[in-house]
Design a protein around this ligand. Structure first.
Ligand code: NAD
Length: 429
């Protein structure tokens, strides 16, 4: 969390910030609405497989260090597992478990034939050279490769991993199985089996979901003030696409702070400044804000948290002024905060729907790799649009039927789809 405090939070607040408990609350509420029996709840709540590996590496100075890596496969009833790999100092098993479960529900919400997984390595990429990162990636891949594969589990980039990381994973896997296997990962560079439109896919999905949700609220783009937290792959590209559609993006942020202009930012110029200086700070024609949570409380119509988890909590939910929140990040709103926002009539489009554009185009990438035939960008974008728009309306219909928030509706839709597959397949052994 950015709003760090020197005083340890009390137990209840610590639990509120635990992503696995947050996911479990959403799951239990939805399971209750579905009348799911206890046995099914137990099966669907528990990850199918958890692997912890030691990753010994020779550092550039010839010393040896051992890193810890995880791969959690939450559920593969609907197809191979799918989910990103993140590199960060605070990676932990509970977080990886929650993110893996969210992937199961996310793939089911957009109705693509995957289960959910997630991986992570405890490391600080800013302290590592390219060579050290490559060795960590290759050894981690070799250690988990028995459970990877185009028909088993297909990783993708997440926080602090990128196209290059995916290229190393693809190569390591391919060298072991003695054939080039591009479909083992998605989010690869175009030249080795990546998909057109993948880089922008999550931001594009966020833009499409904003459009559909705002139609319900009755706001037109040119009248809509948007605040975006984060300016990376999801936030930066999402803001750019929203700007292009005519929305007034009044604030953007990065890990160092935010910039604000109530008349609307020139987003392409902001992103060019960020590319050049590596910081938003110093962008001319905008006021600077510290990274203390104030950005989230700005007067606006739409808030897109697209940075990290646990940004909107019970401590600041009552001060959020947006009418609509579209979750670009995974887990940016705690379950307790989500309930407070529901009570105040703030519409929250949950992560498992709002940021599903990335995994949807990852699915297209996997399909293209297996076909050996690559689509045009127009085909990728229009197929993505069809899925995002349909999924938003599917979730909205469930919300109306059960009289629940979009978050609970998304869980209901996803759990029902996974449970239906379970019933059809039955249990082996
Ligand atoms: P990124 O690394 O490209 O960008 C992250 C942005 O957040 C950067 O601008 C960074 O400066 C900012 N940031 C980091 N820590 C912050 C903090 N404490 N306070 C404010 N800003 C902070 O990452 P990304 O790929 O854009 O992912 C962002 C979120 O979206 C993550 O939760 C990720 O799991 C989720 N997500 C990403 C994708 C994808 O396709 N990239 C898909 C689905 C979900």
């Amino acid at each position: 969390m950015s709003q760090a405090s020197s005083v340890a939070p009390p137990r209840a607040f610590q639990d509120e910030l635990n992503p696995f408990l947050s996911m479990a609350k959403g799951f239990d509420t939805a399971a209750e609405h579905l009348g799911l029996d206890e046995g099914f709840r137990e099966v669907l709540r528990r990850p199918d497989r958890e692997l912890t590996v030691a990753i010994p590496i020779t550092m550039d100075d010839r010393t040896l260090r051992v890193f810890t890596g995880y791969r959690v496969q939450h559920n593969f009833t609907r197809g191979p597992c799918k989910g990103g790999i993140r590199y960060a100092p605070d990676v932990n098993l509970d977080e990886v478990r929650a993110l893996a479960a969210w992937m199961t529900w996310k793939c089911a919400v957009v109705d693509i034939p995957f289960g959910g997984a997630k991986g992570g390595v405890i490391c600080d990429p800013r302290q590592l050279s390219q060579g050290e990162l490559e060795r960590i990636t290759r050894r981690y891949t070799a250690s988990i490769m028995d459970i990877l594969g185009p028909d088993r589990d297909v990783p993708a980039p997440d926080v602090n991993t990128n196209e290059q990381t995916m290229a190393w994973i693809m190569d390591t896997y391919s060298m072991h199985v003695r054939r080039t296997t591009t479909a083992v990962v998605t989010g690869k560079p175009l030249s080795i089996g990546g998909s057109r439109g993948r880089t922008e896919a999550t931001g594009r999905g966020v833009m499409l979901i904003c459009r559909e949700a705002l139609k319900k609220i009755g706001l037109r783009p040119e009248k809509t003030r948007v605040v975006v937290q984060g300016s990376g792959n999801v936030g930066g590209i999402g803001a750019m696409l929203l700007h292009r559609e005519g929305y007034k993006v009044i604030s953007l942020s990065d890990m160092y702070g935010a910039i604000v202009n109530p008349d609307g930012l020139d987003v392409p110029a902001v992103l060019a400044h960020l590319k050049k200086t590596k910081k938003l700070e110093g962008f001319p024609g905008a006021k600077a804000l510290a990274n203390d949570g104030a950005q989230l409380e700005l007067d606006c119509d739409v808030l897109v948290p697209a940075a990290v988890e646990n940004q909107i909590t019970s401590k600041n939910a009552d001060r959020i002024r947006a009418k609509l929140i579209v979750e670009g990040a995974n887990g940016p709103t705690t379950f307790a905060a989500s309930e407070m926002l529901d009570k105040r009539g703030v519409v929250v489009v949950p992560d498992i729907l709002a940021n599903a554009g990335g995994v949807t185009v990852s699915y297209f990438e996997w399909v293209q790799d297996r076909m050996g035939y690559f689509w045009t960008e127009e085909r990728v974008n229009s197929s993505l649009e069809q899925i995002m728009v349909k999924s938003f309306h599917d979730v909205d219909q469930v919300a109306q039927k059960y009289k629940v928030s979009l978050r609970i509706a998304a869980y209901i839709l996803a759990i029902d789809r996974v449970a239906a597959t379970y019933r059809l397949r039955g249990l082996f052994a």
